[in-house]
Design a protein around this ligand. Sequence first.
Ligand SMILES: CC(C)(COP(=O)(O)OP(=O)(O)OC[C@H]1O[C@@H](n2cnc3c(N)ncnc32)[C@H](O)[C@@H]1OP(=O)(O)O)[C@@H](O)C(=O)NCCC(=O)NCCS
Length: 144
Amino acid sequence: MEIFEANEVTDELVEAFQYLMPQLSSSSPAPTREELQLIVDSPAVILLMARYEGKLVGSLSLAVFRVPTGVLAWIEDVVVDQSMRGKGIGEALTRAALTRAKELGVKQVDLTSRPVREAANRLYQRVGFLPRQTNVYRYKIEKE
Ligand SMILES: CC(C)(COP(=O)(O)OP(=O)(O)OC[C@H]1O[C@@H](n2cnc3c(N)ncnc32)[C@H](O)[C@@H]1OP(=O)(O)O)[C@@H](O)C(=O)NCCC(=O)NCCS
């Protein structure tokens, strides 16, 4: 298994998101090639991919940003292809993200995961994430 940072948009990358995204979210379409280019070009986002037996089978996005309290990070959009789950790929992606965060001087890494995502919640706690008591809010911007 190989975990790497995607720095260019290839056909393989575009195709991978076409089969990975429906396994992550039923409401978000796969990113287009142009959207992937924006992600790859962004200085604030590290797009980690997992390759297993030659195929792209997983992804994790790490957002890193400086605010007055320091350099913070969020993990988002963690997904492993259904047929490849239970092989430690999700854990390897998460650990690679934590290593990158540490290299970048990040003070803390946050994420959220709905309780229904049982495998994900076990995974995050296994690698050392601790539940945090806070209120999580979301403001939805309605399209005009
Ligand atoms: C969460 C997710 C990324 C984990 O990926 P993964 O590569 O299977 O992760 P790991 O192999 O490191 O660990 C997965 C757990 O599932 C177990 N497992 C074993 N076989 C499995 C299988 N066939 N399918 C699913 N899980 C399996 C593993 O043993 C491990 O169990 P444990 O937590 O009881 O120890 C993956 O399940 C996924 O993509 N889920 C859908 C999207 C999602 O929920 N993303 C998280 C958003 S917060």
